[in-house]
Design a binder for this molecule. Structure first.
Ligand code: NAD
Length: 456
Protein backbone atom coordinates (compact mmCIF):
# COMPACT_ATOMS: atom_id res chain seq x y z
CA UNK A 1 0.00 0.00 0.00
CA UNK A 2 1.36 3.42 -0.98
CA UNK A 3 1.77 6.15 1.60
CA UNK A 4 -1.24 8.48 1.76
CA UNK A 5 0.44 11.55 0.14
CA UNK A 6 1.78 9.37 -2.72
CA UNK A 7 -1.62 7.85 -3.22
CA UNK A 8 -3.24 11.25 -3.57
CA UNK A 9 -0.56 12.60 -5.93
CA UNK A 10 -0.83 9.45 -8.08
CA UNK A 11 -4.57 9.94 -8.33
CA UNK A 12 -4.20 13.63 -9.15
CA UNK A 13 -1.77 12.82 -11.97
CA UNK A 14 -4.11 10.12 -13.27
CA UNK A 15 -7.02 12.57 -13.18
CA UNK A 16 -5.05 15.06 -15.27
CA UNK A 17 -4.34 12.28 -17.77
CA UNK A 18 -8.10 11.63 -18.01
CA UNK A 19 -8.40 8.28 -16.24
CA UNK A 20 -12.18 8.63 -15.78
CA UNK A 21 -13.10 11.53 -18.06
CA UNK A 22 -15.02 10.27 -21.08
CA UNK A 23 -18.61 9.09 -20.90
CA UNK A 24 -17.42 5.67 -22.06
CA UNK A 25 -14.89 5.34 -19.23
CA UNK A 26 -17.36 6.46 -16.58
CA UNK A 27 -20.01 4.02 -17.79
CA UNK A 28 -17.47 1.17 -17.89
CA UNK A 29 -16.38 1.94 -14.32
CA UNK A 30 -19.96 2.09 -13.04
CA UNK A 31 -20.76 -1.21 -14.74
CA UNK A 32 -17.66 -2.78 -13.22
CA UNK A 33 -18.77 -1.64 -9.77
CA UNK A 34 -22.25 -3.04 -10.41
CA UNK A 35 -20.81 -6.44 -11.30
CA UNK A 36 -18.51 -6.40 -8.28
CA UNK A 37 -21.39 -5.78 -5.86
CA UNK A 38 -23.68 -8.32 -7.55
CA UNK A 39 -21.01 -11.02 -7.60
CA UNK A 40 -20.16 -10.55 -3.93
CA UNK A 41 -23.61 -10.06 -2.43
CA UNK A 42 -23.22 -12.90 0.07
CA UNK A 43 -19.75 -11.94 1.33
CA UNK A 44 -20.82 -8.30 1.69
CA UNK A 45 -23.97 -9.15 3.67
CA UNK A 46 -22.10 -11.68 5.83
CA UNK A 47 -19.30 -9.20 6.63
CA UNK A 48 -21.83 -6.69 8.01
CA UNK A 49 -23.54 -9.48 9.97
CA UNK A 50 -20.16 -10.26 11.51
CA UNK A 51 -19.62 -6.62 12.47
CA UNK A 52 -22.96 -5.98 14.16
CA UNK A 53 -25.41 -8.75 13.37
CA UNK A 54 -27.44 -6.89 10.79
CA UNK A 55 -29.98 -9.31 9.27
CA UNK A 56 -29.24 -10.41 5.68
CA UNK A 57 -32.63 -9.14 4.51
CA UNK A 58 -31.89 -5.66 5.86
CA UNK A 59 -28.43 -5.47 4.32
CA UNK A 60 -29.72 -6.70 0.97
CA UNK A 61 -32.67 -4.31 0.81
CA UNK A 62 -31.05 -1.22 2.33
CA UNK A 63 -27.48 -1.52 1.03
CA UNK A 64 -27.02 -3.93 -1.90
CA UNK A 65 -30.30 -3.12 -3.66
CA UNK A 66 -29.96 0.64 -3.11
CA UNK A 67 -26.40 0.68 -4.47
CA UNK A 68 -27.48 -1.24 -7.59
CA UNK A 69 -30.49 1.05 -8.04
CA UNK A 70 -28.25 4.12 -7.77
CA UNK A 71 -25.80 2.73 -10.35
CA UNK A 72 -28.65 1.96 -12.75
CA UNK A 73 -30.04 5.48 -12.31
CA UNK A 74 -26.65 6.99 -13.23
CA UNK A 75 -26.19 4.61 -16.16
CA UNK A 76 -29.60 5.64 -17.47
CA UNK A 77 -29.13 9.41 -17.19
CA UNK A 78 -25.41 10.12 -17.35
CA UNK A 79 -25.25 10.77 -21.11
CA UNK A 80 -27.86 13.51 -20.64
CA UNK A 81 -26.28 15.05 -17.51
CA UNK A 82 -22.84 15.21 -19.07
CA UNK A 83 -23.98 17.33 -22.05
CA UNK A 84 -23.21 21.05 -21.81
CA UNK A 85 -26.39 23.07 -21.43
CA UNK A 86 -26.99 26.05 -23.72
CA UNK A 87 -28.38 29.06 -21.89
CA UNK A 88 -29.71 32.35 -23.23
CA UNK A 89 -27.64 35.48 -23.43
CA UNK A 90 -28.63 39.10 -22.88
CA UNK A 91 -28.52 42.14 -25.10
CA UNK A 92 -25.18 43.01 -23.48
CA UNK A 93 -23.63 39.69 -24.56
CA UNK A 94 -25.11 39.70 -28.08
CA UNK A 95 -23.87 38.16 -30.37
CA UNK A 96 -22.49 35.15 -28.51
CA UNK A 97 -23.35 31.67 -27.24
CA UNK A 98 -23.42 30.76 -23.53
CA UNK A 99 -23.09 27.22 -22.18
CA UNK A 100 -22.77 25.60 -18.77
CA UNK A 101 -20.87 22.34 -18.56
CA UNK A 102 -20.38 20.18 -15.45
CA UNK A 103 -16.69 19.57 -14.76
CA UNK A 104 -15.37 16.98 -12.29
CA UNK A 105 -13.58 18.37 -9.23
CA UNK A 106 -10.61 16.02 -9.63
CA UNK A 107 -9.54 13.75 -6.78
CA UNK A 108 -12.17 13.46 -4.08
CA UNK A 109 -12.16 12.05 -0.57
CA UNK A 110 -15.20 10.09 0.64
CA UNK A 111 -15.30 9.36 4.38
CA UNK A 112 -18.02 6.95 5.54
CA UNK A 113 -19.80 6.10 8.80
CA UNK A 114 -20.12 2.53 10.09
CA UNK A 115 -23.89 2.02 10.30
CA UNK A 116 -24.55 1.52 6.56
CA UNK A 117 -20.98 0.76 5.57
CA UNK A 118 -21.70 -0.25 1.94
CA UNK A 119 -24.31 2.41 1.23
CA UNK A 120 -22.41 5.29 2.83
CA UNK A 121 -19.22 4.59 0.90
CA UNK A 122 -20.44 3.27 -2.44
CA UNK A 123 -23.39 5.61 -3.07
CA UNK A 124 -21.24 8.76 -2.80
CA UNK A 125 -18.54 6.96 -4.80
CA UNK A 126 -21.04 6.29 -7.61
CA UNK A 127 -21.68 10.05 -7.81
CA UNK A 128 -17.95 10.75 -7.78
CA UNK A 129 -17.26 8.28 -10.60
CA UNK A 130 -20.27 9.41 -12.57
CA UNK A 131 -18.99 12.98 -12.24
CA UNK A 132 -15.62 11.97 -13.72
CA UNK A 133 -13.46 12.10 -10.57
CA UNK A 134 -10.95 9.75 -8.98
CA UNK A 135 -11.79 8.63 -5.43
CA UNK A 136 -10.07 7.91 -2.14
CA UNK A 137 -12.49 6.01 0.07
CA UNK A 138 -12.20 5.89 3.88
CA UNK A 139 -14.69 3.45 5.42
CA UNK A 140 -15.24 3.46 9.18
CA UNK A 141 -12.88 1.45 11.35
CA UNK A 142 -15.82 0.61 13.67
CA UNK A 143 -17.20 -1.86 11.11
CA UNK A 144 -13.78 -3.38 10.47
CA UNK A 145 -14.81 -6.60 8.69
CA UNK A 146 -16.75 -4.85 5.94
CA UNK A 147 -14.07 -2.16 5.71
CA UNK A 148 -11.47 -4.87 5.03
CA UNK A 149 -13.70 -6.59 2.49
CA UNK A 150 -14.43 -3.35 0.61
CA UNK A 151 -10.70 -2.70 0.50
CA UNK A 152 -9.98 -6.17 -0.86
CA UNK A 153 -12.76 -6.18 -3.47
CA UNK A 154 -12.19 -2.65 -4.75
CA UNK A 155 -8.42 -3.10 -5.02
CA UNK A 156 -8.94 -6.31 -6.99
CA UNK A 157 -11.28 -4.62 -9.49
CA UNK A 158 -9.96 -1.04 -9.88
CA UNK A 159 -6.48 0.48 -10.25
CA UNK A 160 -5.60 2.55 -7.19
CA UNK A 161 -4.99 5.59 -9.41
CA UNK A 162 -8.78 5.59 -9.93
CA UNK A 163 -10.12 4.29 -6.58
CA UNK A 164 -8.11 3.68 -3.42
CA UNK A 165 -9.48 2.44 -0.13
CA UNK A 166 -7.66 3.70 2.95
CA UNK A 167 -8.56 1.79 6.08
CA UNK A 168 -8.05 3.14 9.57
CA UNK A 169 -9.38 5.42 12.26
CA UNK A 170 -8.64 8.90 13.53
CA UNK A 171 -4.89 9.14 12.66
CA UNK A 172 -5.44 7.96 9.07
CA UNK A 173 -8.44 10.25 8.61
CA UNK A 174 -6.50 13.20 10.05
CA UNK A 175 -3.65 12.52 7.63
CA UNK A 176 -6.09 12.32 4.74
CA UNK A 177 -7.55 15.67 5.77
CA UNK A 178 -4.12 17.30 5.26
CA UNK A 179 -3.96 16.23 1.61
CA UNK A 180 -4.80 18.57 -1.28
CA UNK A 181 -8.09 16.94 -2.25
CA UNK A 182 -10.38 18.76 -4.68
CA UNK A 183 -13.55 17.87 -2.75
CA UNK A 184 -14.42 16.13 0.52
CA UNK A 185 -17.64 14.21 1.10
CA UNK A 186 -18.11 13.27 4.76
CA UNK A 187 -20.77 11.14 6.46
CA UNK A 188 -20.73 10.94 10.24
CA UNK A 189 -21.45 12.83 13.43
CA UNK A 190 -21.81 16.62 13.72
CA UNK A 191 -18.81 16.56 16.10
CA UNK A 192 -16.45 15.06 13.52
CA UNK A 193 -18.17 17.06 10.76
CA UNK A 194 -16.79 20.20 12.41
CA UNK A 195 -13.26 18.72 12.43
CA UNK A 196 -13.58 17.94 8.73
CA UNK A 197 -14.97 21.41 7.94
CA UNK A 198 -12.09 23.11 9.80
CA UNK A 199 -9.45 21.02 8.02
CA UNK A 200 -11.09 21.66 4.64
CA UNK A 201 -11.26 25.40 5.33
CA UNK A 202 -7.46 25.50 5.72
CA UNK A 203 -7.12 24.56 2.07
CA UNK A 204 -10.47 25.99 0.89
CA UNK A 205 -11.62 22.53 -0.20
CA UNK A 206 -15.34 22.32 -0.97
CA UNK A 207 -17.23 19.93 1.30
CA UNK A 208 -20.47 18.06 1.59
CA UNK A 209 -21.39 17.07 5.15
CA UNK A 210 -23.95 14.33 5.76
CA UNK A 211 -24.50 14.44 9.53
CA UNK A 212 -27.13 13.34 12.04
CA UNK A 213 -29.56 14.81 14.54
CA UNK A 214 -32.75 14.24 16.46
CA UNK A 215 -35.39 13.53 13.80
CA UNK A 216 -38.94 13.86 15.16
CA UNK A 217 -42.00 11.80 14.22
CA UNK A 218 -45.12 13.91 14.78
CA UNK A 219 -48.35 11.97 15.24
CA UNK A 220 -51.35 14.29 15.02
CA UNK A 221 -54.83 13.89 16.46
CA UNK A 222 -56.31 12.79 13.10
CA UNK A 223 -53.65 10.15 12.37
CA UNK A 224 -54.32 6.47 11.79
CA UNK A 225 -52.39 5.49 14.92
CA UNK A 226 -52.22 1.78 14.11
CA UNK A 227 -50.40 2.39 10.81
CA UNK A 228 -48.35 5.25 12.31
CA UNK A 229 -47.08 3.03 15.13
CA UNK A 230 -46.15 0.27 12.69
CA UNK A 231 -44.25 2.62 10.37
CA UNK A 232 -42.51 4.47 13.21
CA UNK A 233 -41.37 1.23 14.85
CA UNK A 234 -40.20 -0.11 11.50
CA UNK A 235 -38.07 3.05 11.14
CA UNK A 236 -36.84 2.78 14.72
CA UNK A 237 -35.96 -0.92 14.76
CA UNK A 238 -34.18 -1.44 11.44
CA UNK A 239 -30.49 -1.66 12.23
CA UNK A 240 -31.59 -1.50 15.91
CA UNK A 241 -32.23 2.23 15.54
CA UNK A 242 -28.65 2.93 14.41
CA UNK A 243 -29.84 4.93 11.42
CA UNK A 244 -29.13 8.61 10.78
CA UNK A 245 -32.74 9.18 9.68
CA UNK A 246 -34.41 6.95 12.28
CA UNK A 247 -37.28 8.67 14.08
CA UNK A 248 -35.41 9.81 17.18
CA UNK A 249 -38.50 10.64 19.24
CA UNK A 250 -42.29 10.70 18.88
CA UNK A 251 -44.20 13.87 19.41
CA UNK A 252 -47.81 12.84 19.75
CA UNK A 253 -51.06 14.72 20.20
CA UNK A 254 -52.24 14.07 23.78
CA UNK A 255 -55.52 12.57 22.52
CA UNK A 256 -53.63 9.82 20.62
CA UNK A 257 -51.01 8.86 23.24
CA UNK A 258 -52.84 5.93 24.87
CA UNK A 259 -53.72 4.37 21.52
CA UNK A 260 -50.10 4.77 20.40
CA UNK A 261 -48.92 2.81 23.47
CA UNK A 262 -51.46 0.06 22.78
CA UNK A 263 -50.54 -0.13 19.08
CA UNK A 264 -46.81 -0.09 19.90
CA UNK A 265 -47.24 -3.13 22.13
CA UNK A 266 -49.12 -4.93 19.38
CA UNK A 267 -46.63 -3.92 16.68
CA UNK A 268 -43.55 -5.01 18.61
CA UNK A 269 -45.08 -8.34 19.51
CA UNK A 270 -45.87 -9.04 15.85
CA UNK A 271 -42.46 -7.81 14.61
CA UNK A 272 -40.46 -10.00 16.98
CA UNK A 273 -42.80 -12.07 19.17
CA UNK A 274 -40.07 -11.93 21.83
CA UNK A 275 -37.54 -13.54 19.49
CA UNK A 276 -34.47 -11.31 19.37
CA UNK A 277 -31.90 -14.03 18.72
CA UNK A 278 -28.78 -12.79 16.94
CA UNK A 279 -28.82 -13.45 13.23
CA UNK A 280 -32.61 -13.46 12.94
CA UNK A 281 -34.52 -10.20 12.59
CA UNK A 282 -32.80 -7.69 14.77
CA UNK A 283 -29.31 -6.12 14.69
CA UNK A 284 -26.94 -5.72 17.65
CA UNK A 285 -25.53 -2.50 19.06
CA UNK A 286 -22.25 -1.96 17.25
CA UNK A 287 -19.86 -2.00 20.23
CA UNK A 288 -19.56 -1.80 24.01
CA UNK A 289 -19.13 2.01 24.05
CA UNK A 290 -22.40 2.56 22.26
CA UNK A 291 -24.07 -0.14 24.37
CA UNK A 292 -22.95 1.58 27.59
CA UNK A 293 -24.08 4.99 26.31
CA UNK A 294 -27.56 3.63 25.48
CA UNK A 295 -27.81 1.61 28.72
CA UNK A 296 -27.06 4.75 30.73
CA UNK A 297 -29.93 6.55 28.95
CA UNK A 298 -32.18 3.56 29.56
CA UNK A 299 -31.42 3.51 33.28
CA UNK A 300 -32.53 7.12 33.68
CA UNK A 301 -35.73 6.64 31.65
CA UNK A 302 -39.34 5.98 32.46
CA UNK A 303 -39.89 2.78 30.42
CA UNK A 304 -43.38 2.03 29.05
CA UNK A 305 -42.59 -1.00 26.85
CA UNK A 306 -39.41 -3.08 26.63
CA UNK A 307 -36.29 -2.01 28.48
CA UNK A 308 -34.17 -5.16 28.58
CA UNK A 309 -30.50 -5.12 27.61
CA UNK A 310 -27.72 -7.68 27.55
CA UNK A 311 -24.08 -6.52 27.51
CA UNK A 312 -22.75 -9.94 26.47
CA UNK A 313 -24.69 -10.00 23.21
CA UNK A 314 -24.84 -6.17 22.88
CA UNK A 315 -28.61 -6.47 22.68
CA UNK A 316 -31.02 -3.66 23.54
CA UNK A 317 -34.73 -4.27 23.20
CA UNK A 318 -36.89 -1.78 21.25
CA UNK A 319 -38.11 0.43 24.10
CA UNK A 320 -40.87 3.02 24.38
CA UNK A 321 -40.15 5.70 26.95
CA UNK A 322 -42.31 8.38 28.52
CA UNK A 323 -40.16 11.53 28.32
CA UNK A 324 -40.07 15.25 29.06
CA UNK A 325 -38.18 17.93 27.13
CA UNK A 326 -35.51 18.31 29.83
CA UNK A 327 -34.69 14.59 30.09
CA UNK A 328 -31.17 13.38 29.32
CA UNK A 329 -32.51 11.31 26.39
CA UNK A 330 -33.71 14.51 24.67
CA UNK A 331 -30.23 16.10 24.64
CA UNK A 332 -28.40 14.26 21.83
CA UNK A 333 -29.16 11.98 18.91
CA UNK A 334 -30.06 8.56 20.41
CA UNK A 335 -28.80 6.31 17.57
CA UNK A 336 -30.31 3.18 19.10
CA UNK A 337 -33.68 1.46 19.66
CA UNK A 338 -34.98 3.75 22.44
CA UNK A 339 -38.04 5.80 21.51
CA UNK A 340 -39.01 8.67 23.82
CA UNK A 341 -42.61 9.78 23.54
CA UNK A 342 -43.69 13.35 24.34
CA UNK A 343 -47.17 14.80 24.06
CA UNK A 344 -48.43 18.13 22.72
CA UNK A 345 -51.71 20.02 22.85
CA UNK A 346 -51.57 22.37 19.86
CA UNK A 347 -49.99 22.66 16.41
CA UNK A 348 -48.31 25.95 17.38
CA UNK A 349 -46.67 24.24 20.35
CA UNK A 350 -45.07 21.68 17.98
CA UNK A 351 -43.62 24.41 15.77
CA UNK A 352 -42.34 26.40 18.73
CA UNK A 353 -40.73 23.37 20.40
CA UNK A 354 -39.05 22.06 17.26
CA UNK A 355 -37.57 25.49 16.59
CA UNK A 356 -35.74 25.36 19.91
CA UNK A 357 -33.80 22.26 18.72
CA UNK A 358 -31.04 22.09 16.08
CA UNK A 359 -32.41 21.42 12.58
CA UNK A 360 -32.75 17.62 12.18
CA UNK A 361 -31.78 15.49 9.19
CA UNK A 362 -35.34 14.17 8.82
CA UNK A 363 -38.86 14.93 9.98
CA UNK A 364 -41.89 12.65 9.80
CA UNK A 365 -45.54 13.71 10.05
CA UNK A 366 -48.51 11.43 10.53
CA UNK A 367 -51.57 13.42 9.56
CA UNK A 368 -53.90 14.06 6.65
CA UNK A 369 -54.09 17.75 7.51
CA UNK A 370 -52.57 19.63 4.56
CA UNK A 371 -52.70 22.81 6.60
CA UNK A 372 -50.60 21.36 9.43
CA UNK A 373 -48.20 19.79 6.92
CA UNK A 374 -47.68 23.14 5.14
CA UNK A 375 -47.17 24.96 8.45
CA UNK A 376 -44.45 22.50 9.52
CA UNK A 377 -42.71 22.49 6.12
CA UNK A 378 -42.73 26.29 6.07
CA UNK A 379 -41.79 27.00 9.68
CA UNK A 380 -39.49 24.16 10.80
CA UNK A 381 -36.13 23.63 9.06
CA UNK A 382 -35.08 20.00 8.44
CA UNK A 383 -33.23 18.06 5.70
CA UNK A 384 -36.03 15.96 4.20
CA UNK A 385 -38.80 13.68 5.35
CA UNK A 386 -42.05 11.85 4.80
CA UNK A 387 -45.75 12.22 5.44
CA UNK A 388 -47.37 9.12 6.95
CA UNK A 389 -44.10 7.19 6.48
CA UNK A 390 -40.54 7.04 7.79
CA UNK A 391 -37.13 6.77 6.10
CA UNK A 392 -38.22 5.73 2.59
CA UNK A 393 -37.61 9.19 1.11
CA UNK A 394 -34.03 7.91 0.84
CA UNK A 395 -35.13 5.14 -1.49
CA UNK A 396 -36.12 7.51 -4.32
CA UNK A 397 -33.07 8.60 -6.35
CA UNK A 398 -35.12 11.49 -7.74
CA UNK A 399 -35.11 13.09 -4.28
CA UNK A 400 -32.09 14.89 -2.76
CA UNK A 401 -30.75 13.53 0.53
CA UNK A 402 -28.99 15.93 2.89
CA UNK A 403 -29.28 17.98 6.04
CA UNK A 404 -29.36 21.62 7.05
CA UNK A 405 -27.50 23.42 9.83
CA UNK A 406 -26.26 20.92 12.43
CA UNK A 407 -27.49 17.99 10.30
CA UNK A 408 -25.28 18.83 7.34
CA UNK A 409 -24.75 20.79 4.15
CA UNK A 410 -25.17 19.73 0.54
CA UNK A 411 -27.14 16.78 -0.80
CA UNK A 412 -26.71 13.64 -2.89
CA UNK A 413 -28.48 10.72 -4.59
CA UNK A 414 -29.20 10.51 -8.32
CA UNK A 415 -28.78 13.78 -10.20
CA UNK A 416 -27.96 15.55 -6.91
CA UNK A 417 -24.91 13.28 -6.54
CA UNK A 418 -23.75 14.13 -10.03
CA UNK A 419 -24.12 17.84 -9.23
CA UNK A 420 -22.40 17.40 -5.85
CA UNK A 421 -19.33 15.85 -7.46
CA UNK A 422 -19.12 18.30 -10.38
CA UNK A 423 -18.90 22.06 -10.63
CA UNK A 424 -20.65 24.28 -13.17
CA UNK A 425 -18.25 25.80 -15.69
CA UNK A 426 -19.52 28.87 -17.55
CA UNK A 427 -18.35 29.54 -21.12
CA UNK A 428 -19.31 32.45 -23.35
CA UNK A 429 -18.22 32.02 -26.98
CA UNK A 430 -17.93 34.81 -29.55
CA UNK A 431 -16.72 34.97 -33.12
CA UNK A 432 -14.09 37.55 -34.14
CA UNK A 433 -16.69 39.59 -35.98
CA UNK A 434 -18.32 42.06 -35.26
CA UNK A 435 -15.98 44.00 -32.97
CA UNK A 436 -17.37 47.57 -32.61
CA UNK A 437 -15.18 50.30 -31.05
CA UNK A 438 -17.97 51.27 -28.71
CA UNK A 439 -16.78 49.17 -25.68
CA UNK A 440 -13.13 50.18 -25.87
CA UNK A 441 -11.44 53.28 -24.41
CA UNK A 442 -11.24 56.17 -24.78
CA UNK A 443 -14.69 56.59 -23.18
CA UNK A 444 -16.78 59.72 -23.62
CA UNK A 445 -20.29 61.00 -22.94
CA UNK A 446 -21.60 59.92 -26.31
CA UNK A 447 -20.62 56.32 -25.60
CA UNK A 448 -22.27 56.46 -22.18
CA UNK A 449 -25.41 57.95 -23.70
CA UNK A 450 -25.53 55.12 -26.25
CA UNK A 451 -24.91 52.51 -23.58
CA UNK A 452 -27.81 53.81 -21.51
CA UNK A 453 -30.10 53.98 -24.55
CA UNK A 454 -29.32 50.40 -25.58
CA UNK A 455 -29.04 48.52 -22.29
CA UNK A 456 -30.62 50.53 -19.51
P1 NAD B 1 -18.19 9.45 13.38
O1 NAD B 1 -18.34 10.91 13.12
O2 NAD B 1 -17.67 9.03 14.70
O3 NAD B 1 -17.20 8.81 12.30
C1 NAD B 1 -17.34 9.03 10.89
C2 NAD B 1 -15.98 8.92 10.22
O4 NAD B 1 -15.10 9.90 10.75
C3 NAD B 1 -15.30 7.56 10.40
O5 NAD B 1 -14.78 7.14 9.15
C4 NAD B 1 -14.20 7.85 11.41
O6 NAD B 1 -13.05 7.08 11.18
C5 NAD B 1 -13.88 9.32 11.19
N1 NAD B 1 -13.47 10.00 12.43
C6 NAD B 1 -13.90 9.74 13.70
N2 NAD B 1 -13.31 10.59 14.58
C7 NAD B 1 -12.49 11.39 13.85
C8 NAD B 1 -11.60 12.46 14.16
N3 NAD B 1 -11.44 12.89 15.43
N4 NAD B 1 -10.90 13.06 13.15
C9 NAD B 1 -11.08 12.64 11.88
N5 NAD B 1 -11.90 11.63 11.52
C10 NAD B 1 -12.58 11.01 12.48
O7 NAD B 1 -19.62 8.81 13.08
P2 NAD B 1 -20.08 7.29 13.19
O8 NAD B 1 -20.11 6.88 14.62
O9 NAD B 1 -19.34 6.43 12.24
O10 NAD B 1 -21.58 7.40 12.63
C11 NAD B 1 -22.64 7.85 13.43
C12 NAD B 1 -23.02 9.28 13.13
O11 NAD B 1 -23.08 9.49 11.74
C13 NAD B 1 -24.40 9.63 13.66
O12 NAD B 1 -24.38 10.96 14.14
C14 NAD B 1 -25.27 9.54 12.42
O13 NAD B 1 -26.45 10.29 12.48
C15 NAD B 1 -24.35 10.03 11.37
N6 NAD B 1 -24.74 9.49 10.07
C16 NAD B 1 -25.18 10.34 9.12
C17 NAD B 1 -25.60 9.84 7.91
C18 NAD B 1 -26.11 10.73 6.81
O14 NAD B 1 -26.21 10.25 5.69
N7 NAD B 1 -26.44 11.98 7.06
C19 NAD B 1 -25.54 8.47 7.66
C20 NAD B 1 -25.05 7.64 8.66
C21 NAD B 1 -24.64 8.15 9.87
Amino acid sequence: MKKIPDLVSTQKAAFRKGVNRSLKQRIANLKKLRKLVLNHEKELCNAIAEDFGKPYFETFTSEIFTVLQEIDFHLKHLSKWIKPENVSGTIATFPSKSTVSRQPYGTVLVIGAWNYPIYLTLIPMIGALSGGNTVVLKPSEISGTISGLLHELISSAFPNQLISVVEGGVPETQELLFQPFDKIFFTGSSRVGKIVAKAAAEQLIPITLELGGKSPAIVHSDANVEVSARRIWWGKTINAGQVCVAPDFVLIHESAADVFIKESRKTLSTFYAGDFRPGTNYARIVNRDHFDRLSALLEKSDVIIGGTANPDSLFIEPTLISAGWDDEIMKDEIFGPLLPMLTYKSEDEVIERLNTLPAPLALYMFTESERFQSAIFRDVPFGGGCVNETITHLANPNLPFGGVGQSGMGAYHGRYSFDTFTRPQAILKKSFWPDPDFRYPPFDDTKLKWFKKLFF
